[in-house]
Ligand binder design. Structure first.
Ligand SMILES: *[C@@H]1O[C@H](CO)[C@@H](O)[C@H](O)[C@H]1NC(C)=O
Length: 306
């Protein structure tokens, strides 16, 4: 026994060790260890439980976390974040992918969608009696109106198309629009008109008791049954009013990050997130981070809710 034990220590274990070294160098030659990133993230390369003290915190890591999403869908609100958006060919459009973010299936009376156009894309028309609002978030769209005139819509430009108005949008390169459509609520003796504009040309409006900056992209006159607000918050600014109202909202966060309160839930949000707010959901926003928050907001107006 004594002699075997001595043999183990002096001959056998060193031999075993050399063999395992040989095995590692051979597998390296065979190309199994050529990608250092695999080694670093492999369980063998890091101490046991190292993730406990080195958790994945950056948003880019979280997006890849299996099954993880910040998106929620509840009775009176929804948060649709980019990793949950599903694009498919837009019906009636040519060569365009769309993601319907908010639709009447949620309870809204409008649709809000992203349209990704490219070279050779062309829009279709909305359903009859539906009005359309488009806002360019990337690239350039060319809008040809009912009289045949073509408007260049660059980033931050928008257009309102009255119900039943003939038009089409085209693009020559990668272009993304956010679009809203709803069935127009007709009023006797009133009609809406084609509107083309850009956010930076719209005047700042008074917001009594509030600090955020407000622009409205559509006229506030009676014919228009909705408006689109652009709201800017500097970091640290927040809504004073904790609003609850009969109007419904579709929101796209264009810049920045912050916390959105919807009902009893508080959501960290960032540019690219879309939100559905049903009538009467308690709502509130605070801007955080180091840059301006800007969001675009659909709001139904000018109609008796009865
Ligand atoms: C819009 O078009 C539809 C289908 O052509 C028509 O039935 C409807 O009356 C039109 N609406 C108005 C206000 O002209």
């Amino acid at each position: 026994m004594q002699s075997f034990s001595a043999f183990s220590v002096q001959i056998f274990f060193p031999l075993l060790f050399m063999l395992s070294i040989l095995e590692i160098s051979m597998s390296q030659e065979a190309g199994f260890c050529t990608a250092p990133s695999i080694l670093e993230t492999g369980s063998n390369a890091q101490p046991l439980y190292w993730k406990v003290t080195n958790p994945t915190l950056s948003p880019s890591h979280l997006q890849d976390l299996p099954g993880f999403t910040r998106s929620v869908y509840k009775r009176d609100h929804a948060l649709i974040t980019p990793e949950s958006q599903v694009f498919s060919p837009l019906p009636d459009w040519t060569n365009t992918l769309g993601a319907y973010l908010l639709t009447p299936a949620m309870g809204s009376h409008f649709v809000m969608y992203l349209a990704k156009m490219q070279e050779g894309s062309k829009s279709g028309l909305p359903p009859s009696d539906a009005e359309r609002f488009v806002f360019v978030v990337h690239g350039t769209a060319f809008l040809t109106d009912a009289s045949g005139f073509t408007h260049n819509l660059n980033v931050d430009s928008y257009a309102y198309l009255p119900p039943n108005s003939t038009h089409h949008l085209k693009s020559e390169a990668s272009t993304t629009l956010v679009a809203f459509e709803r069935r127009y609520s007709y009023l006797e003796n009133h009609v809406t008109e084609l509107i083309v504009g850009s956010t930076d040309k719209q005047p700042l409006l008074e917001t009594p008791g509030e600090v955020f900056e407000l622009r409205k992209l559509l006229p506030t006159s009676l014919p228009y049954d909705f408006n689109i607000h652009i709201m800017d918050f500097q970091p640290g600014e927040f809504l004073n009013v904790k609003e609850i109202h009969y109007n419904q909202h579709g929101l796209l966060l264009l810049e920045g990050q912050g916390i959105y309160r919807l009902g009893d839930s508080w959501y960290p949000v960032q540019a690219g997130d879309a939100i559905w707010m049903a009538p009467f959901v308690p709502q509130w926003y605070a801007a955080l981070g180091k840059s301006r928050s800007r969001y675009l907001l659909y709001k139904d107006v000018n109609r008796n809710p009865m």
